[in-house]
Design a protein around this ligand. Structure first.
Ligand SMILES: [Zn+2]
Length: 224
């Protein structure tokens, strides 16, 4: 086997192909920044948790941002955010408000949530076609091993995953009330409610994989 110095080696060829791929990707698909899509219509409020000692004002903000990032990282989360951005020609605005259940406002028309029980999250107003919504999301701790029977593959271990799921769920209501305005917010037994359930399910299936892969951090425990 002779080496012709004028010809590229196999390694150089491979490097060139990789370079071409990277270039092609950069040139054709402008990487869409889903965070900026989100920031165009959503803002965040946090009321630090009195219950979970780790949630001082700064950490509450970080945790809320991390929860939103986790939602955006999911294919279904990305898709939903783009869908909401298209509602009413981009006029819909959402505030996501994280707080303890004791700090929830009492004078709002509370939507009794939900098919999975008493997480107490809700969105308001529940009328279709509005331009401004608030999603109230209750702080969630990490589960302890005692909370997580090994057989229960359907639950998140991490509080952040639970929060990401909650934001997705309430935001899905906002989308749903615009697209199917007469179908009981998605939790009814109507034909269109299956789209609501399906999207919840798809998101959850995706996030459960990540949740179970992530290394456990020290659990967030209530104050003694
Ligand atoms: Zn719901």
């Amino acid at each position: 086997m002779t080496t012709d110095a004028s010809q590229p080696t196999e390694l150089q060829m491979m490097a060139r192909q990789t370079g071409d791929l990277l270039l092609a990707k950069g040139a054709t698909a402008q990487p869409a920044d889903i965070r900026s899509v989100w920031n165009a219509f959503a803002k965040m409020e946090t009321v630090p948790s009195k219950k979970y000692s780790a949630y001082d004002a700064f950490k509450a903000r970080t945790a809320a941002n991390d929860a939103i990032d986790r939602m955006l990282k999911m294919g279904e989360g990305d898709k939903l955010v783009r869908d909401v951005r298209k509602l009413r020609k981009g006029a819909v605005r959402v505030t996501v408000d994280f707080r303890d259940v004791e700090d929830l406002p009492r004078n709002t028309t509370e939507l009794k949530e939900d098919d999975e029980g008493s997480k107490n999250n809700f969105f308001t107003p529940t009328d279709p076609g509005r331009k401004r919504y608030t999603l109230y999301i209750v702080w969630q701790p990490d589960k302890t091993p005692n909370d997580m029977p090994l057989l229960d593959a359907n639950r998140y271990a991490l509080g952040l995953s639970e929060l990401a799921d909650s934001v997705f769920h309430e935001l899905l209501h906002v989308w749903y009330t615009h697209v199917y305005p007469n179908d009981h917010l998605g939790h009814g037994g109507g034909y269109n409610d299956r789209f609501f359930r399906q999207r919840l399910r798809d998101f959850k299936d995706e996030l459960l994989v990540l949740d179970k892969t992530l290394k456990r951090r020290p659990p967030l425990r209530p104050r003694p």
